[in-house]
Design a protein around this ligand. Structure first.
Ligand code: 4NP
Length: 149
């Protein structure tokens, strides 16, 4: 089964949003059972916590429920458990590269052709902007994947 892991720093702002958007789009396309989707953080500060309330709010405004999600830290094992590991920014990508096995395992790339900015220290506008970027990116990703599954 196709499998996708979205990774950011804390797994409470960007990557849970990406996971929620991706799950919602797959469900809408009738493909929920065909693609496994998860998210994780490179850091461990928020492990076990629900997504940031500002991510929950922006997702809810777009009809997506993030409340069941809980943060976890990415591990080396994820490189054999997922086909695609998608980093939110260049720093996440570099941390993931350091953790990755020497060869084999997941295809590791930055999710978009630019960094998804970390909205944690900003206001609600940042979360709406991130939602838009992630939403467009998930559409492109799924259009590409659907051709191949
Ligand atoms: P995320 O945002 O990586 O998109 O989940 C952050 C969440 C928490 C922190 C930094 C970024 N933090 O420093 O605690």
């Amino acid at each position: 089964m196709t499998s996708i892991l979205f990774v950011c720093l804390g797994n409470i702002c960007r990557s849970p949003l990406a996971e929620g958007i991706c799950r919602a789009r797959l469900e809408a396309a009738g493909l929920a059972g065909r693609v496994r989707v998860d998210s994780a953080g490179t850091g461990d500060w928020h492990v076990g916590k629900p997504p940031d309330p500002r991510s929950v709010a922006v997702a809810r405004a777009h009809g997506i429920d993030l409340t069941p999600l809980r943060a976890r830290q990415v591990s080396r094992r994820d490189f054999t458990r997922f086909e695609h590991i998608l980093a939110m920014d260049a720093s996440n990508l570099s941390d993931l590269r350091a953790l990755s096995p020497d060869k084999g395992g997941a295809r590791l790339v930055r999710f978009l052709d630019r960094d998804v900015p970390d909205p944690y220290f900003g206001g609600p506008d940042g979360f709406e902007q991130v939602f838009g970027m992630l939403s467009d990116g998930v559409d492109v990703l799924l259009a590409d994947l659907i051709e191949r599954i």
